[in-house]
Ligand binder design. Structure first.
Ligand SMILES: *[C@@H]1O[C@H](CO)[C@@H](O)[C@H](O)[C@H]1NC(C)=O
Length: 388
């Protein structure tokens, strides 16, 4: 084991003295690269990081086999290209039988994402297949005795017509029909809605108006107050998630949990990609990890820990598009850190110290910042980009 391995859990120890029991955040394990370590090495890396949740963008047999008998919970993805075949219940049953069942129960497959950002895909014939595919896969799993595996799909924030202020969140009218059917499925099966949410895109589009501290989630910052709910937001990610809650509520559903399937920040970009830097990436992810370790929820759902999957584990050299696309990884393909995300090298010192007074320094209390300094992000923050 090399010394480049690091631990997430330590980040907290200096802040509050003790390491509370926390649920692991998740990390996306993208593989659009030709130089990534073998899956068994990746498994070692994940367990060294004490991460127990990951998602892959396919049903890679080598990964699913390698992760057998580990404590890693894995979410797999049905590729967009396969969706149209799954209109047919028989084909869906066959897909589940050949792609999922062989790895159960040794590999902890906890979810199946049917397609990726299908609601906003350039190919607009794709969307009609989504709900039938989701339903057919769910039914196939139930029939085979695995109804506990959750079936959903991750959406781009571009499914929203409005995202500012959060209480104005609403879906684009042209997808409302299928969105209603999809939400109905989620509600009936008690399955979460997953959103890919990148404050970086909003900042990059409008760096002169949107405060960097707010998108990075630095504390303290004035943030913004939703004029209707009076809720205070000190980071844009939570505002994005709550906008999705409001959009869902406007469709008549109030019992669907919103989770973040992807969020992250690029450590490198083209000259016009303002904000892409190792410093900002480290800060964004560090702030997020800190909030995750405090089991935080959003202002709208403060008692429910927001489930988040970071994007991504590795830089992916074969991703098309601007430079930023290839530089979201916490790690280089050779498993060295891209930047220090506040993870520490070496083993976790079993802290026996009593809780210290330093805990007050990390308070995210917002009660002192409700003055007129509240910042209103312009409506251009609703403009989101679809990741290619
Ligand atoms: C890992 O890869 C990065 C980026 O290519 C490079 O800068 C670094 O020196 C490499 N580290 C090791 C230990 O090979």
């Amino acid at each position: 084991m090399t010394i480049t391995y690091v631990f997430l859990a330590l980040f907290l120890s200096s802040d509050i003295g003790i390491i509370p029991h926390v649920e692991s955040l998740g990390i996306n394990y993208g593989q659009v690269a030709n130089n990534l370590p073998e899956p068994d090495k990746v498994l070692e890396l994940l367990s060294t990081l004490r991460l127990t949740k990951t998602r892959i963008y396919d049903t890679n047999p080598q990964i699913l086999s390698s992760f057998a008998n580990s404590n890693i919970e894995i979410i797999v993805t049905v590729e967009n290209e396969v969706l149209s075949q799954l209109d047919d219940p028989q084909q869906a049953l066959q897909w589940v039988s050949s792609h999922i069942i062989p790895y159960l129960p040794e590999t902890k497959i906890t979810g199946i994402q049917v397609g990726n950002e299908v609601f906003t895909d350039d190919d607009d014939t794709l969307l009609q297949h989504l709900v039938p595919a989701v339903v057919n896969i769910h039914n196939a799993l139930s029939r085979l005795g695995y109804s506990n595996i959750q079936v959903s799909t991750p959406s781009s924030l571009a499914v929203l017509q409005n995202s500012y202020p959060p209480s104005a969140g609403s879906f684009k009218s042209e997808i409302n029909g299928i969105m209603f059917q999809f939400l109905n499925f989620l509600s009936t099966t008690r399955t979460p809605f997953w959103i890919n949410a990148y404050p970086y895109f909003a900042y990059e589009d409008d760096p002169s108006t949107i405060p960097l501290d707010y998108v990075l989630g630095n504390n303290p910052n004035a943030g913004m107050v939703d004029p209707y709910t009076k809720l205070h937001y000190d980071n844009m990610l939570y505002a994005m998630v709550d906008a999705v809650y409001f959009a869902i509520a406007k469709m008549g559903f109030r019992n669907i949990e919103v989770r973040v399937s992807e969020t992250g920040w690029p450590s490198k970009g083209d000259p016009n990609e303002v904000g892409a830097s190792p410093q900002n990436a480290a800060t964004y992810n560090r702030n997020l990890i800190r909030k995750q370790m405090a089991n935080e929820g959003t202002p709208l759902t403060p008692r429910m820990r927001l489930e988040v999957y970071l994007f991504a584990l590795f830089n992916e050299d074969m991703k098309p598009g601007p430079t930023s696309e290839r530089n979201y990884g916490l790690f280089q393909p050779n498993e060295s850190m891209t930047y220090n995300v506040g993870l520490f090298v070496s083993t976790i010192p079993k802290s026996t110290s009593t809780p210290t007074s330093t805990s007050t320094q990390t308070s995210t209390s917002t009660s002192t910042s409700t003055s007129s300094a509240s910042f209103f992000v312009t409506s251009s923050s609703t403009k989101t980009k679809v990741k290619p």
